[in-house]
Design a protein around this ligand. Structure first.
Ligand code: CA
Length: 236
């Protein structure tokens, strides 16, 4: 039997959850609905979904709090999270991405847009075809075991940062524009703004820490590059 990708829907409004479920089922996904954070946690403890659709505004713990917790936990940190939010302004969207969400959808959204975004995170989540160990300076990334180390120390990266670093390491010393990175790392960027790249680069630098973070260089007016010869004066 074909594996149907499971989508955990964390949404307190039954009408919205039902609408999402029906559409997902029609499109070959297996929806699982959790109406509050406790149910969602129980579902995650039982079976890991392929994607989490997470409503921002939930009674009790907010979606933002849940995203942070799941991203910090070893078992759930690699599951893509798409935030559902009625909050459209950029500060909130960035807060969602900073909390560890891979993407966000502003309510009200179309079914088509939702499906496109789910498919995009699923594609992004499959870097296995590039599996292998790649090393640059004292930075190492092993795509088969999902490990990143710097000077032998293990680093914690979110799934998008991992894929971004994997691409930059396998194409090191070259400058990549934001749109090239969207193309190569995100794959389907129809709904993703170039600002998203900046947010994930910032998160990648933070995850890499003081030493390795400097290897991710901002090239003014051009984009980003991973280099062993970072010009410290040009770092922003
Ligand atoms: Ca809600």
């Amino acid at each position: 039997m074909r594996h149907l990708p499971t989508v955990l829907i964390v949404e307190d409004e039954p009408a919205i959850a039902e609408l999402i479920s029906v559409n997902l089922r029609h499109s070959g996904f297996r929806p699982v609905w959790a109406m509050d954070s406790a149910t969602a946690q129980a579902e995650l403890d039982a079976v890991l979904p392929d994607v989490i659709l997470l409503d921002w505004m939930l009674p009790g713990e907010s979606g933002l709090v849940l995203a942070k917790r799941w991203r910090a936990h070893p078992r759930t940190k690699t599951v893509p999270i798409i935030m559902l939010t009625a909050r459209g302004d950029e500060v909130d969207r960035v807060a969602g991405l900073d909390a560890g969400a891979d993407d966000y959808i502003a309510k009200p959204f179309s079914t088509k847009e939702m499906l496109a975004r789910i498919r995009a995170v699923l594609r992004r989540r499959a870097p296995e075809q590039d599996a292998g160990l790649v090393t640059l300076g004292e930075l190492s990334l092993d795509a088969s075991t999902y490990r990143v180390t710097f000077q032998g120390q293990m680093l914690k990266l979110g799934p998008t940062e991992f894929k971004l670093l994997n691409y930059l390491m396998t194409h090191a010393e070259r400058v990549h524009s934001r749109s090239q990175l969207l193309d190569k790392v995100w794959g389907d960027h129809v709904f993703i703004e170039e600002r998203t790249v900046d947010v994930h680069v910032k998160r990648l630098r933070e995850a890499l820490g003081v030493g390795a973070g400097q290897m991710v260089e901002t090239v003014r007016g051009a984009g980003y590059r991973l280099t062993t010869q970072a010009n410290l004066a040009s770092l922003t």
